[in-house]
Each structure stands twice: as C-alpha cells, then as structure tokens.
Design a protein around this ligand. Structure first.
Ligand code: DGT
Ligand code: CA
Ligand code: CA
Ligand code: ZN
Length: 579
C-alpha cells in the first residue's frame, strides 16, 4: 500500500476514534472518518494521483471536508484539526483503541466510571477487577480484553513476516546501492521466514578499509530513526518503519559462509551443528570451521562448504529449526522444497461480487498480466456473510455466466468458478449442494464461533462431497485472534479419507495453516493449497508468504495441489465426488 495512503488511513481512523470517545453528538463525524479511513486503505493508487488531478471527491466516501484535509496533509504533512483533536485525548488511550475489545466506547465508559486516563492504569484496573464492576464489563468481555491485550503484545514487540520483508528489503537495497559493498544479505529469523520477526539482521561484506565508511553512511540514512550502538564492524539502529531494530554486521569476504550460517540461526540448529562438529574434531564459529587438533581453518567462505565438510548436504534456511533436518542432511535426504515458480494458479480470491475491490474482468486481466498462472479460482462469499456482501444461489449462477463471458473475451479458460462457502454453526453449508455441484472448486470456511471447539464443524464440511478445500482452517489472526480449539489429528485423518485439501492462506495476518499445522497435514497425507485470498490488487503478492510456510513445513511440489495443472486438480475433485 502506498505510504501516504497508509498514513492518512491511520489518521482518519484515529480521528473517528477521538470523536467517538469525546462526544455522542459527533457520531456522524466519527462514521464519516471511519468510512474515509477504510476507503483510503482499500485504494490501490497513491492518493497523490487524485490530489494532483483534483479528483479526490470522485472517491466514494470522500466529501469536501475530508478532501480538504487530504490536500492539507499532502501539502504540509499535517492536518491541523487532527493535531488539535489529539490534544483532547491522552495519546496512549488513542493507541489502546486499536485493540479489539478496547473500542472508544468501552474506554470512554471506563474513563467516566473510574476516572482513569492512561494505558497502564486501564490495564491495572482490568487485572485487579475494578473494570469487572462496571456495567457491561462481564467476565467474558474482561477475559476477552485481557486476551487481546496479550495477543497485541506479540505484534507490538515483533513484526509480521510481510512487514519485515518489506522493511528489510528497503534497508538491504540501501546497502546494495553503496559501491563499497560486495555482498549484502538478510539473516536471522527473516531469512528463515518465521511468521513473526523480532528484529532484522543484515550481513554485509566489503574490503577492510571500507568498513567505517559503510557504517557511517548507514547510520546517516533517512530511514534510520535512532542509533542504538555503533562500532567498526557493527551497528544497531531503530528504523522509522514499524519502529523496529535492525542489526548490521560487517564481515570479511572469506568469512561470509560461516557468518551467514551463524547469524541465520536458529540458535537451536547452530547448537546441534556445533555439537556434531565437536564430536568430529572440529570447532565451528562465525569465523569459520577449524580443525581442533591443528587449529587450521578448513572452511568458511560458503555455507555449503561448511555443511559438506561436516558430512551434510546444504540445508535451506527455512528448515533450520532443529526438527530433524540435520539427520536428513546426513543421509542426503533433504527434500526438494516447493518454490514460488512451481505455483500454477491462485485458489482463493474475492471480486466486487462480494467484498473484493476489483470486478471480475479487471481482476483476471491484472493477474493474467502480472503472474505466470494457468488458472485462478474466484471464490466469493456465500449469503451468511452479510457484511462481506455474500451471494445467494441465483447470484452465483449469474456469476458463472459472467465468468464465461470474461473467459471468452480473454480467449482462455483462465477463471475457474468457485465459492468460499460458510460452514454454519451446525456444520451444514450456506449454499445448496445443487449449486456447489455446478462449481469447479468449493472452499469451505468458518467465519463465526471462534471460541468453540470446531472439530465437528470442519469434519462435517469435509464429509460433503462437493467441498474440495477448507479455507483458513485454524481461524487465527496473528496478534488479534487465537486459533479455535480443534482436534487436528482427527480432522486431518478425515481430510485424507475424504480427499479434502486444506488451505495455506497467505494473508499477511492469517498465514493459516501455520508451519506446525502444515507439517501435521503433510504427515497425514493431506493435500495442501496455497492461496492469497486476495481482496485487492496488491494482495496477490502474498503468494510468497504461503510458499514460505510450505517450505518451513518441508513440503515439496507434490504436497501442494496448485503446483499441478487444472486437469490434475479436476481429477482430485472428481475422485472425491465418486467416493
Ligand atoms: P528474532 O529476531 O527474535 O525473530 O529471531 P532471530 O533468530 O533472528 O534471533 P536474533 O536476532 O537474536 O539473532 C540472529 C541469529 O544470530 C540467530 O538466529 C542465531 C544467531 N545467534 C544469536 N545469538 C546467539 C547465541 O547466543 N548463540 C548462537 N549459536 N547463535 C546466536
Ligand atoms: Ca532477528
Ligand atoms: Ca538481532
Ligand atoms: Zn474467509
């Protein structure tokens, strides 16, 4: 998303919160700013393309007053009204309002009753039970608030992988632009593609004499907010983006491999490797691999060289988590992990027919023009999803016609018909079998009842012979909502028996299945799909996130259904129908 859009979206959402917190009479303002915030967040083009042409008011949800504020922000970097409004609400209360359960209305009531006006006091009153005494704050609500607070801490302290990839690459590019730099690479958890990232680690090589210059240039970059530490070979800074730490280390070129291995981790993988090395008479450090007896350095330039000298084949960074990868590497049995280029199509996305922002033709032309896919499956929501504009059976029949029309225009059978059908509370589906039977691909998902055990609901969906896949199976949202309880062993056994695939959903805050559940699915012989669940243009790029999860789950091409041609996928669906 363009940076200005992101900033304005946040400001308008804050303004809406302030109006809600302050005064009931300002309700219409609160609603207008909330809407403007959403619209700007969904906007694909940079808002400045609209300000330049004077076309702001053509954006739905943007009236003259909001347009004026957008222009002011683009021109001056500030909105005066927001600056003065901000002074009327304590800043840490404003931050709290973004956490689920801590809406402006709730915080206002807490303020009125307990006269507290800062974050720490609110948290304390939650924990010591004072808030439970306020009307409307029952046990369930308070528990929920405590839980979201805890979840929120994980994203506050760590970053979503997607955000870390974007921020990390920005910093990395700055190093790659410096002429003194020979090699630069991301290390740490970001190289292993963990779902959240604590800090960003970067390794750089150069001639010894250029070290100081590189550090000096680095800490002076505009993206650096604060310098925490600075030496001859390393620096730690806080960057503006996400307010997160970046650790940079400068390495001798001939120590590149040993340093990369050391600083990629995981620590557990390194410890195991070091123990094995010692048993074989070697010492391993960030400076190289050494023969203990002679003290001679025998490897260190590349990671591969070190692994090989110790009797292992190379191990992809995503596998370095001490889950038995060294045993496999010793037997030359590291699987050939799935890659982004293996993906032949995207299996879940939404158009304007439900809650997506692109109409079917634009969407198909965009994907077909930007991604090397053979097919995409359109999976708009079913009728229970009222807020998401879910569709009934008749509308799906109309949509199938529209898909045929667009495919004819594109002169290829690119768009497959499908749905993301709701699994209702009793496990039944939100659309009739007679409709599902007519679609190419049916993904079934849970969108309600996130606190219940959902084992039986998922099993019931798997047992419908028209359901091909379970979407975002665990229901978690990183930093916002925990996964609901499920007996996964049982569910995956049924999935295997019924020929039902499970999705790895690539949305940045979902990443669902996560790596551990994907391992369990694979071990149970369940086929996986990797899909972006795109609602707007920019989200098709999330595909790589799902591939990273699959790689962390040791998946090969064969484990992932959408590495196959559509003919194969059709056969997969037909096998279930014939069962
Ligand atoms: P994070 O930042 O919490 O997401 O996780 P990492 O894995 O990036 O951890 P970080 O940034 O503390 O350190 C980067 C890498 O450096 C880590 O993956 C392995 C290596 N490392 C750091 N401290 C130690 C240590 O005490 N022993 C060993 N063997 N390696 C370490
Ligand atoms: Ca790190
Ligand atoms: Ca670090
Ligand atoms: Zn969904």
């Amino acid at each position: 998303m363009p940076v200005v859009n992101k900033e304005l979206g946040k400001i308008f959402s804050d303004m809406s919160h302030i109006y809600q917190y302050k005064n009931g009479k300002q309700r219409f303002r609160a609603i207008a700013y909330e809407k403007a915030s959403r619209v700007i967040n969904d906007l694909q083009d940079d808002i400045t393309t609209f300000t330049k042409k004077g076309q702001l008011e053509e954006i739905p949800g943007v009236g003259s007053s909001i347009a004026e504020k957008i222009n002011e922000y683009v021109k001056t970097g500030k909105i005066k009204k927001f600056e003065s409004l901000k002074k009327t609400v304590p800043i840490d209360m404003l931050e709290l309002m973004n956490i689920s359960g801590f809406g402006p209305q709730s915080l206002k009531r807490i303020h009125q009753r307990l006269k507290i006006n800062n974050r720490d006091e609110v948290i304390k009153a939650l924990q010591d039970g004072r808030i439970s005494e306020i009307k409307g704050f029952g046990k369930k609500k308070v528990d929920n608030m405590l839980r979201s607070l805890k979840l929120h801490k994980t994203v506050e302290e760590r970053m979503l992988l997607w955000n870390a990839i974007e921020a990390g690459n920005k910093v990395l590019d700055e190093f790659k632009k410096m002429k003194e730099v020979r090699q630069a690479e991301l290390a740490g958890s970001l190289r292993r593609k963990k779902e959240t990232i604590g800090d960003i680690d970067i390794l750089v090589t150069c001639d010894e004499k250029s070290r100081k210059k590189i550090i000096t240039k680095f800490v002076a970059l505009p993206l650096v907010k604060e310098v925490l530490a600075k030496g001859d070979t390393k620096a730690s800074v806080i960057i503006n983006e996400f307010n997160k730490q970046v650790d940079v280390r400068i390495i001798n070129p001939d120590e590149w491999g040993s340093a990369l291995l050391y600083f990629t981790g995981s620590k557990e993988h390194n410890v195991q490797l070091r123990t094995i090395a010692r048993d074989k008479g070697y010492k391993i450090s960030e400076y190289g691999l050494f023969d203990i007896k002679t003290g001679k350095r025998i490897a260190g330039g590349t990671e591969e060289e070190i692994y090989n000298k110790l009797g292992f084949e190379s191990i992809p960074p995503e596998m370095r988590e001490q889950k038995g990868e060294l045993d496999l590497a010793a037997k030359n049995k590291i699987p050939s992990l799935v890659t982004l280029t293996d993906i032949k199509g995207d299996m879940q996305m939404h158009s304007t027919w439900s809650d997506g922002t692109m109409d079917i033709e634009d969407l198909a032309r965009f994907v077909s023009g930007h991604y090397p896919y053979e097919y995409i499956v359109l999976t708009d929501h079913s009728k229970s999803e009222i807020i998401a504009g879910g569709m009934n059976e008749e509308q799906f029949i109309d949509q199938v016609k529209e898909i045929r029309r667009v495919n004819t225009k594109l002169k290829k059978d690119f768009i497959k018909t499908g749905t993301e059908v709701d699994i209702k509370a009793d496990g039944s589906l939100d659309l009739k079998d007679e409709l599902l039977e007519q679609l190419d691909w049916v993904c079934a998902s849970i969108h309600t009842g996130f606190t219940h055990d959902n084992t039986e609901r998922i099993i019931a969906a798997c047992e419908n012979k028209f359901v091909n896949c379970i979407g975002h199976p665990s229901g978690r949202l990183i930093g916002q909502r925990e996964a609901y309880p499920v007996n996964w062993e049982k569910v995956f056994r049924v999935a295997k028996q019924t020929n039902t695939a499970f999705e790895i959903n690539c949305q940045a805050d979902r990443m669902d299945l996560n790596d551990e559940l994907a391992i369990m699915a694979r071990e149970n012989g369940v086929k996986l799909t990797i899909s972006t669940d795109s609602h707007q243009q920019s989200q098709f790029a999330f595909m790589q996130l799902g591939v990273f999860i699959a790689r962390r789950a040791w998946c090969t091409k064969n484990d992932i259904l959408n590495t196959a041609s559509w003919n194969e996928i059709k056969k997969f669906a037909e096998r279930k129908r014939k069962k």
